[in-house]
Design a protein around this ligand. Structure first.
Ligand code: ADP
Ligand code: MG
Length: 452
């Protein structure tokens, strides 16, 4: 078989037609409905007990953001009127030993990093904690981990309150006087940050190592809430945990990848679209092409499986120079010393097919969430987006927009995506401010919403 023929077949295997997208969105609604009611669903629809920001929150706050790859520690100044400034930020790479070892080691690593950071921050003591894994909450400042995602496996954390585990680690490491005022995941943090500057912002989505989204829901619409909707303040953000959505057409590469993961049959949507997995799907396809002797004379580059990254896919898709020199050097790094221009083009096509499907599937899920809030798309909606894939993958945003347009040619212009850079960190600080305001003034005036 020729490379061209292989790629043609691949495009068919990875094609999501507009009808497919509509079907995905429809199924997504069904799963949302069951999840909110507390029934069986691949979508956990977790009440966050945190509402969108008013824009009026102010003061200095600490925030930490534990993603899949890095821990970010921030000091944020909220000026009110929707303006936030990061005063200081420091990134700590999460060591492998912390993600796969004992839970204590992970939380010691977090506590120590905060300890190093706060040596310079002095009086700022109230902190928001962004923890980007699924957890169950009864209130805004605590949450029990339901299960790890993104390849984490630290022991002794599942089922426990992660805020309490961090507090224990503060004690063990002599980090004093820090109050964890709010706990949220990165999507919720990003929505809080987006709503701080834009009152039309009612959805947030993350496309990074993993993927997830959340939106603003009426408390009365969350059937499984224990307290009455009035006690919950009327509205709150619901964390969809959409990475686990599983009503999707899968092909042989998806199935092969899933079988190799530590969580087979879970996080199926995440495995189709997020940074941690796109590279693995692409590597599987490339391997298949090689085994069929279509490229590289049947020899698999030694480091293809382990060293190929989603960042490489970005770089390869951007490689428009004659002879694809960037792609050549990536392939050399992976162990393919010699490659022809046609082979490099085939590799680029593979990346394009895999990332293109990811963008279209993402659009279907985003469309489902917007039309859940507003079935006729009568109003304008701002979607706060973050994550390296959204930020850096070439044409990702454009392809999502195009698919949204396919889904509703007339009304998709009411959907606006913004890049809420560092939203999850800033949002944690804002949520800490909201919690502070609530505890000092139970009659906090919600009417300020909509005045920006
Ligand atoms: P997290 O907050 O979960 O750590 P990030 O949003 O920082 O995630 O994204 C990190 C992920 O983004 C990496 O795991 C990798 O898969 C992917 N990535 C890294 N560089 C690029 C790039 N240039 N283009 C697209 N994706 C990238
Ligand atoms: Mg992140």
């Amino acid at each position: 078989m020729q490379a061209g023929e292989f790629i043609e077949g691949l495009r068919r295997d990875f094609l999501l037609t507009t009808d497919d997208l509509k079907k995905i969105a429809e199924d997504f609604h069904g799963e949302m409905r069951r999840g909110l009611a507390g029934g069986r669903s691949s979508l956990k629809m977790l009440p966050s007990h945190i509402d969108c920001a008013t824009g009026g929150e102010s003061g200095d706050f600490l925030a930490i953001d534990l993603g899949g790859t890095n821990l970010r520690v921030l000091q944020v100044n909220l000026c009110g009127r929707g303006k936030a400034r990061i005063e200081r930020v420091r990134k700590f790479r999460i060591p492998e030993s912390a993600t796969h070892g004992r839970g204590e080691d992970l939380f010691d690593f977090i506590a120590k990093s905060i300890g190093v950071f706060t040596k310079k921050t002095g009086a700022v003591r109230r902190m928001g904690f962004t923890f980007s894994f699924p957890f169950e909450q009864d209130g805004a400042a605590s949450g029990r981990l339901i299960g790890w995602t993104k390849g984490f496996s630290a022991t002794g954390v599942v089922g426990r309150d992660v805020a309490a585990l961090l507090r224990d680690a503060f004690h063990r490491n002599s980090v004093d006087k820090i109050e964890i005022a709010a706990l949220m995941n990165d999507a919720v943090g990003t929505l809080v940050a987006g709503s701080y500057t834009d009152r039309r912002c009612d959805i947030a989505a993350i496309f990074g190592t993993g993927t997830n989204a959340c939106y603003r829901e009426r408390a009365a619409g969350i059937g499984k809430l224990k307290k009455s909707p009035a006690d919950e303040g009327g509205h709150m953000i619901v964390n969809i945990e959409w990475g686990n959505f599983d009503r999707l057409p899968l092909n042989r590469y998806d199935l092969a990848l899933d079988a190799e993961t530590i969580n087979p049959k879970c996080q199926i949507f995440e495995k189709m679209i997020s940074g941690m997995y796109l590279k693995k799907i692409a590597a599987k396809i490339i391997e298949d092409m090689i085994l069929q002797k279509i490229i590289f004379g049947g020899r698999i580059p030694a480091r293809l499986a382990d060293d190929f990254g989603t960042g490489d896919m970005s770089a390869i898709e951007l490689d428009r120079a004659k002879g694809l020199p960037k792609t050549r050097s990536i392939l050399r790094r992976l162990g393919a010393a010699n490659s022809s221009t046609d082979e490099r083009k085939a590799i680029r096509d593979v990346c394009n097919v895999v990332s293109g499907r990811a963008a279209r599937a993402s659009a279907a899920a985003l469309f489902a969430v917007v039309t859940w809030i507003d079935p006729g798309l009568a109003d304008r909606h701002t979607l706060a987006m973050d994550g390296t894939l959204f930020e850096k993958y070439p044409k990702f945003k454009g392809r999502v927009s195009a698919a949204l347009k396919d889904l509703d040619p007339n009304k998709s212009s009411n959907i606006r995506m913004i890049h809420a850079k560092d939203g999850s960190g800033i949002g944690a600080a804002i949520a800490a401010a909201v919690a502070a305001k609530k505890s000092s003034n139970l009659f906090c005036d919600m009417s300020i919403r909509g005045t920006r």
